[in-house]
Ligand binder design. Structure first.
Ligand code: 5RP
Length: 222
């Protein structure tokens, strides 16, 4: 199986996980990226079994609408049972690096609201220690140089993601070579820097379930 087939298999597994629990008024939080896109395409097949979705990016909102799935503003929903999203890395504690697609802030907000965060990924995303993937940090544009200097003090090598603006109008610094042996502490430390909107560590609020597409089937971490 190639990587896309693994992503599609894990998207189907996430549907199987949530479908028995959906009700006509259910709202589902949806992440961003290629794996989330496979999930959206599968979700469209059962769109009559729930009310609608909250999107973590403009791109996801567009894809949902194209499938005829109603998209709600997060402020207009009381809560949601599930948030489904991909990841750039996961460790065995279900702590994640996200934000390769630059949607980390809205992803973190929707994940915070959901009762259960189901992360879906192919097997290449599972690591022992987070950090081979550069850690994305969303930053208010005028704070870019200041935050970059502070990230160097924290031990990282930040690189400005050229030509990219987030849905919130901000920039991304991708931080290479960061020691992420204490993910929760690092998540808090980076978020303390003035000018940082948020960083792509999902450790303080990790996934509740990680489903991994592997050549031997779906691996479940919980
Ligand atoms: C976007 C994300 C994505 O979930 C992450 O980049 C994984 O993407 P893909 O499913 O395309 O591998 O965090 O901000």
């Amino acid at each position: 199986m190639n990587q896309d087939q693994l992503k599609q298999a894990v998207a189907k597994a996430a549907i199987a996980e949530i479908e028995p629990h959906l009700e006509s008024d259910s709202i589902i939080g949806i992440g961003t990226g290629s794996t989330a896109n496979f999930f959206i395409d599968e979700l469209a097949r059962i769109k009559n079994e729930f009310d609608g979705a909250v999107a973590s990016s403009n791109a996801t909102a567009e894809r949902l609408k194209k499938h005829g799935i109603p998209v709600y503003d997060l402020n207009s929903v009381a809560g949601m049972e599930y948030y489904i999203d991909g990841a750039d890395e996961t460790n065995h504690h279900l702590e994640l690096i996200k934000g390769g697609g630059g949607a980390l802030t809205r992803e973190k907000i929707v994940a915070a609201v959901a009762k259960k965060f189901i992360c879906i990924a192919d097997q290449s995303k599972k690591v022992d220690i987070l950090g081979a993937f550069p850690l994305p940090v969303e930053v208010i544009p005028m704070a870019r140089s200041y935050v970059a200097r502070e990230l160097v003090k924290l031990g990282g090598d930040p690189v400005y993601r050229e030509g990219f603006t987030t849905d919130n109008g901000n920039i991304i610094l991708d931080v290479f070579n960061m020691d992420i042996t204490a993910p929760k502490q690092l998540e808090r430390d980076i978020n303390q820097l003035v000018g940082v909107v948020t960083n792509g560590l999902f450790a303080c609020r990790p996934a509740d379930i990680v489903l991994l597409g592997t050549a031997d089937g779906i691996e479940r971490l919980e």
